[in-house]
Design a protein around this ligand. Structure first.
Ligand code: AGP
Length: 609
């Protein structure tokens, strides 16, 4: 997520506060950064760089900023590549502005702002130009900002300065946090309380739709109609590390719990519940290509591979006659593989840097096959080398174990399938069913995580001491069984294996005894009765069986433990069950005292082969 810091005072150099504050926000993930300050003469100085804060510090060596007021930003690119021109702060005339969020109507606003010479392809520069266009000679910065924000649709957390009012920072928020630290003869603003620690513990938390005028010794809050709003400064609780995790004890649980909101970003503008259609910008495929694709190769490693496996079921359901092939990148790259004509390859990667996946991409491109990225990190190597593609917009995933990215990857590939279905005569009813379920998915994930967290926590305590586990499922419950086993093994170090439950009797059932536990993902669908078969086989041999299911309680199930989720969803139930598996793995790992965010032997991105 992007980060914002601002400072106005009389005892510190703004540059130092801004850089220090941006470093506090590094954990949120970013790919470029910048600051703007006003010096004693009121002149503006702008410094921006791609890469890490250390790069920005190099730039600042060339032109140090002496002013005591400024704003800074770390950008996690979502719209517009990772370039200096797209880095914040953006400027227009006498306005310097940083922004978190998405201005949805930026294109129509941009079309009206003819006087401004745009240098970036961001929505933020449009906002800066809009404020400048409203910042007439007898208009205050506060008035210009308020007038502009009434013209935008979308979300924002912003900080704005101008050489015309060198002692003032105007801030505002709608849907993206903005906190104002009230110090002694200084005011520090930030998108995250961690940047305020060490300067003050007194903070004003702006509400949505509010704007504030900050000086070194005052903070005046208004609504957008400039009616004063009363705020009493609150105490900032917690220490730095705790705050960066949003109050959660680990990044992993934060990322598990936030996937309902990050999935909202994945879906934004990509489904239409009225028309029952899905839409993805980015695949860079012509209408003819969309109509002619008959085969899809899905490439990934680890969780990305399992996301592809789950997506392949949905793609085949949605697109008549489509065939799919899901491959492990580290194997595929060395095989003498052949990809038929009328194929595309989906290259799935959270980091966009996984060496084996990148090598596969290059091999596939050599064969003239169109490659589409399903990537989270904007501007990553894979994202830059694919022929087209779509960002999954899951936000930075800090914890080594991938959770919210899995969900976002599956949904993004499902959206691609929906577009293909429309171009290839897929069932409009089925397409609409998926669209309606996707629209409900974020809230269903939130409800599932909230309503069953207790049961899952108890299960984790009960099974944390086991050393062997099997995860079993059929059909779309099979890929999540593989993923569930990976989650457990990589953070709890329990030897967990995922299997198609129909495979149990072909060997793995020999592992079943009182020292193993089996997690069955059982869907209340056409395979329900079949899925119970494996469960009975395990129970008959003394295995400890846990069932995760959407089957109603009227459906009798014999197991040691059952978690039944209530949901209107059908097709996407595996995604809900997988969030329970994520929680289970997390709590088991905590119970076993492991380093949940940095498990032994693992790296977040495997850039070596
Ligand atoms: C998932 O929890 C693991 N950290 C690992 O399997 C990961 O999914 C794999 O290394 C692929 O990473 P990528 O998505 O960044 O390419």
């Amino acid at each position: 997520m992007c980060g914002i810091v601002g400072y106005v005072g009389e005892k510190r150099n703004a540059q130092d506060v801004l850089v220090n504050g941006l470093k506090r926000l590094e954990y949120r993930g970013y790919d470029s950064a910048g600051i703007a300050t006003l010096d004693e003469k009121g002149e503006a100085h702008l410094a921006r760089s791609v890469g890490k804060i250390v790069e920005l510090e190099q730039v600042l060596l060339e032109e140090s900023h002496t002013g005591k007021i400024g704003i800074g930003h770390t950008r996690w690119a979502t719209h517009g590549g990772v370039t200096v021109e797209n880095a914040h702060p953006h400027s227009a005339g006498d306005v310097y502005l940083v922004h978190n969020g998405i201005i949805e109507n930026y294109k129509e606003l941009k079309a009206k702002l003819k006087e401004h010479k745009f240098t970036s392809d961001t929505d933020t520069e449009v906002l800066a130009a809009l404020v400048d266009s409203n910042y007439g000679l007898n208009i205050s910065l506060k008035d210009a900002v308020a007038k502009s924000l009434k013209q935008v649709r979308g979300t924002y957390g912003i900080a704005v300065i101008s050489p015309r009012e060198p002692g003032v920072i105007v801030v505002a928020r709608l849907g993206s946090p903005l906190i104002i630290g009230v110090g002694k003869d200084e005011t520090i603003i930030a998108s995250d309380a961690s940047a305020l620690l060490g300067y003050t513990r007194e903070a004003i938390y702006l509400n949505d739709g509010e704007l504030a005028v900050c000086t070194k010794d005052s903070v005046d809050v208004y609504n957008l109609s400039l009616k004063p709003q009363n705020h009493i400064p609150e105490q900032i609780e917690g220490d730095l590390e705790q705050i960066q995790k949003g109050g959660y004890p680990h990044f992993l649980i934060k990322e598990i719990m936030e996937q309902s909101s990050t999935l909202g970003n994945t879906l934004k503008g990509r489904i239409d519940t009225k028309t029952g259609k899905m839409h993805l910008g980015g695949p860079n495929l012509t209408q003819k290509e969309m109509q002619s694709i008959k085969h899809i190769v899905i490439v990934g490693c680890g969780t990305a591979y399992y996301a592809g496996l789950l997506a392949s079921y949905y793609l085949e359901q949605l697109v008549p006659e489509l065939t799919t092939e899901v491959v492990i990148a580290s194997e595929y790259r060395y095989r003498s593989f052949h990809i038929p004509k009328n194929s595309v390859a989906l290259i799935v990667s959270q980091s966009g840097e996984t060496a084996d996946t990148l090598a596969c991409l290059r091999e596939i491109k050599k064969r003239g096959v169109k490659t589409l990225g399903i990537v989270n990190v904007v501007g990553s190597t894979i994202a830059r080398e694919v022929d087209g593609g779509t960002y999954v917009h899951a936000g930075p995933e800090i914890s080594v174990a991938s959770t919210k990215a899995f969900t976002a990857q599956v949904v993004t590939m499902l959206l691609f399938g929906g577009m293909l279905a429309e171009h290839q005569g897929g069932s409009p009813q089925l397409l609409n069913d998926f669209v309606q379920e996707l629209a409900k998915l974020p809230s269903e994930i939130e409800k599932t995580l909230r309503d069953y967290a207790g049961e899952i926590g108890d299960l984790a305590k009960k099974y944390a001491k086991y050393d062997d586990a099997l995860y079993l499922g059929r059909d779309t419950a099979y890929p999540i069984s593989l993923e569930g086993a990976l989650k457990l093994k990589e953070i709890s170090y329990i030897h967990a294996e995922g299997y198609a439950s129909g495979e149990l009797k072909h060997g793995p059932i020999a592992l079943v005894d009182e020292n193993t536990f089996e997690i069955f993902n059982i869907l209340d669908n056409w395979l329900y009765d079949k899925s119970l078969g494996g469960l009975h086989e395990v129970r008959a041999r003394g295995g400890k069986a846990i069932v995760l299911t959407d089957a109603a309680k009227e459906k009798q199930i014999e197991a040691d433990d059952i978690v039944r989720i209530e949901t209107p969803l059908k097709h996407l139930v595996p995604i809900l069950l997988n969030t329970l598996q994520q929680l289970f793995a997390y709590h088991v790992a905590v119970a076993r005292g492991n380093d949940v965010d940095q498990p032994r032997n693992l790296a977040k991105s495997v850039t070596v082969e």
